[in-house]
Design a protein around this ligand. Structure first.
Ligand code: ME8
Length: 707
């Protein structure tokens, strides 16, 4: 039997879950449910990362032992998964993995021993003892290079992490090192040979360019006098393992690597390799370090690594517990159904891109797409079947002459057209979901809803019902609507399990949607005469003003809620980053130059290689309010990575798909640790120099030159 293994990151047990964590869980849960529907034996892992200085410190602040701290946070994660229907009882995860589980210790020891005995592809020892000197961010659990921190103005103060804005720890101690620098070629070969190893493609390019930039050996242990809350290094208890070595290994220990009993219960042989779903914030650990550890240990590589974007707060900053700008799960759960939240997360966030969270947008989607869209289609269809057909699904058969008659009045009840449309939409939906393009997949489903809504509105069943002669047409319209609903339930089950199952039952259909493969749907298999069930509203309409007021009063004045475990005493307030020179041409500057230098020759202008580009991805970068990081297709084999100082005026999401003008032969430069391989051209005006991006009124292919 085919198997599938999907994982979320295991979350730090230093603070409580928020929308970001919930989002990854929803994506993983949806993916697992789709696989299960297809009859694939699926294993879904989530859990907590419980070791390290981060947890040790959170425990100390809260007056707990590290284990108590981990247990405390786990209780909240368990509550979240139960509340949002993501636990095993609701058909969600199969294991809630904890890195303090004894079988995990055994498995990690086994991996360490294998790495310690291994030679690198370049023939050196994979593990060696040395001395580490440098900066470490406890919140990232990562060593930081110069382009990953901001130096403090006061020389006595440590630099601050660019992501968390918290002070870094200075480390100077003996350490075991993993010889990562010897794995560059092997990793690049892996990315080349397996195009889908890191997805989306833009992330793969990012990872490959990081590796091409040169890898440094990685410190993989701390002295146990510095970090005691960790797994001791085998045969050298003076050291504890680097928490990422321990944490990443959970993906294999969970299914029995290094532990016979666990192997029998879950099945390493059966389920490995896994597909790792992660936020882009931890892609490097998964796509560079983890594959290198596995190469050293001689373990098969993961099936792939899929990275999603970040939820941002309304000001465009990454939502995080350290910044204290998270969306509270209690407020979400109180005002919105689980299905509405799931739908919103998958529909609103363009997968791979960052997305801003807003309660208003959530209410709007819940009202328009769910209450007025799917909910209304369901209730009007079922109510009409109850009213006009004594609650039984009528026959969908319609004679040629009635069909023609209906067509002449603008009503398309032709079965083959509808069946063709819906089958095609189903196939597209599947492809988009396979590519994690949930937003597009759901757009496709809503095009089905629009189509059937139109058929009903054109046909006016309430008029047809008045004329006996129109009985067949009435029946045909209602059958098609009901059959469409059946398909919608099957397709939408992984996204909205509760609501879909509810509509399915109201349609009078027995059994669970969890095992119905959308690929096996055949038009017309909804049995005639099915007795519809009790009709109840599935998506209640929300009063926007009232809901917003309630949310505002329940959350703190700023809309920010910091829980006990999240509050970090002494955490810095946001420090504005020094303005970065935006890599753009401003028309006003160009004018000034013309004024000074007078005319240029055409040959001078020809030196500037201006090309038409299309923005493929765009996102803000941490701690740089003005910068957008974009990948732009300018007709070359690989998209260009370009930074532009437009983030204050252009939303990242809205840039995607836009045609822009790119200076293609500008010498690449590094900004905030990212290489900018071109410039986006914009006009600028006003005192603030507001940028307005140059674009085209007509269609033009990517790569076309401007001359
Ligand atoms: O990194 N938007 O744990 P963590 C979207 N323990 N997703 C978000 C998010 C946001 N604003 N904030 C968090 C760790 N996430 C390590 C992982 S794995 C072997 C070890 C989600 O608690 C997203 O999946 O900081 C991100 O990658 C993860 O939570 C980070 O969780």
């Amino acid at each position: 039997m085919e198997t599938f293994y999907v994982t979320t990151p295991i979350y730090y047990a230093n603070s409580l879950p928020h929308l970001g964590h919930l989002y990854t869980m929803i994506v993983a849960d949806t993916t697992a449910r789709r696989k299960r529907q297809q009859g694939i034996e699926t294993f879904f892992l989530t859990g907590t990362d419980e070791h390290g200085i981060n947890i040790e410190r959170a425990a100390k602040r809260a007056g707990r032992t590290p284990q108590e701290q981990a247990d405390y946070v786990v209780s909240y994660y368990k509550q979240m998964t139960a509340q949002f229907g993501l636990d095993s009882e609701h058909g969600g995860y199969d294991i809630f993995m904890r890195t303090t589980a004894p079988f995990h210790y055994q498995g990690v020891n086994e991996l360490w021993r294998r790495v310690a005995a291994a030679k690198t592809p370049k023939g050196n020892d994979a593990l060696f003892k040395g001395h580490y000197e440098g900066w470490f961010c406890a919140a990232c659990a990562a060593y930081k290079t110069e382009d990953e921190y901001v130096k403090s103005e006061n020389a006595d103060e440590p630099p601050r992490c660019l992501i968390h804005e918290t002070p870094l720890d200075s480390i100077s101690e003996e350490s075991y090192f993993f010889r990562l620098s010897d794995y560059d070629e092997a990793l690049l070969e892996l990315y080349d040979s397996r195009a889908d190893f890191v997805r989306p493609e833009s992330r793969r390019n990012e990872v490959a360019s990081f590796v091409r930039g040169g890898l440094q050996d990685l410190s993989v242990s701390r002295l146990s006098t510095s970090v005691s809350w960790g797994i001791p290094v085998p045969d050298d208890p003076a050291h504890t393992m680097y928490v990422w070595f321990d944490a990443l290994t959970n993906y294999i220990t969970a299914i029995g690597f290094g532990n016979e009993e666990r192997q029998k219960a879950a099945g390493f042989e059966k389920f490995w390799p896994a597909l790792h779903l992660v936020g882009k914030d931890i892609l490097r650990f998964h796509a560079v370090y983890w594959p290198a550890f596995l190469m050293a240990a001689g373990v098969e590589q993961p099936r792939g690594i899929v990275a999603h974007g970040m939820w941002l707060d309304p000001n465009g900053r990454k939502m995080s517990k350290t910044l204290g700008n998270t969306v509270e799960l209690d407020a979400l759960a109180k005002h919105f159904s689980v299905d509405a939240i799931r739908y919103f997360c998958l529909r609103e966030m363009v997968f791979g891109q960052d997305g801003r969270f807003g309660y208003e947008a959530l209410i709007d989607r819940a009202n328009s797409d769910l209450a007025s869209g799917l909910g209304n289609l369901s209730s009007r269809t079922l109510t009409m079947i109850a009213r006009y057909c004594e609650g039984r699904v009528p026959s969908g058969k319609i004679s040629e002459d009635k069909l023609l008659l209906a067509k002449r009045t603008g009503v398309d009840t032709d079965e083959t057209t509808i069946a063709g449309f819906i089958e095609h939409a189903r196939d597209e939906f599947q492809i988009h979901c396979d590519n994690f393009a949930f937003s597009r997949a759901l757009e496709v489903v809503w095009s089905i809803i629009a189509r059937v809504d139109k058929m009903i509105s054109d046909a006016k069943p309430w008029d047809l019902a008045k004329d006996d002669n129109q009985r067949q047409t009435l029946n045909a319209v209602l059958y098609r609507a009901a059959e469409t609903l059946r398909w919608l339930c099957v397709l939408l089950y992984p996204v909205m399990p509760g609501a879909s199952q509810n509509i399915y039952a109201q349609l009078g259909l027995p059994g669970s949607l969890s095992t119905i493969d959308p690929g096996g749907l055949r038009w017309g298999e909804l049995p005639e005469n099915t007795q519809v069930g009790e009709i109840t509203p599935v998506f209640p309409r929300l009063d926007k003003a009232r809901t917003m007021t309630a949310i505002k009063t329940e959350t703190e004045p700023t809309g920010v809620h910091i829980t006990e475990a999240e509050a970090i005493p002494g955490a810095p307030t946001l420090v504005e980053s020094a303005p970065t020179q935006p890599p753009m041409i401003h028309a006003s500057q160009a004018d000034a130059i013309v004024g000074v230098a007078n005319f240029i020759e055409i040959g001078d202008f020809a030196k500037v290689d201006l090309r038409v580009g299309e923005v493929l991805t765009a996102e803000r970068i941490p701690k740089a309010d003005k910068l957008l990081l974009m990948s732009i297709d300018i007709g070359e084999e690989k998209p260009r990575q370009v930074l532009a100082g437009i983030a204050q005026y252009y939303d990242a999401e809205k840039m995607v798909g836009r045609k822009v003008v790119v200076v293609a032969n500008l010498k690449p430069r590094k900004l905030r640790g990212y290489e900018s391989q071109g410039m986006v051209v914009a006009a600028s005006y006003g005192e603030e120099g507001k940028p307005v991006i140059a674009t085209f009124a007509e269609d033009v292919p990517n790569g076309a030159r401007l001359k």
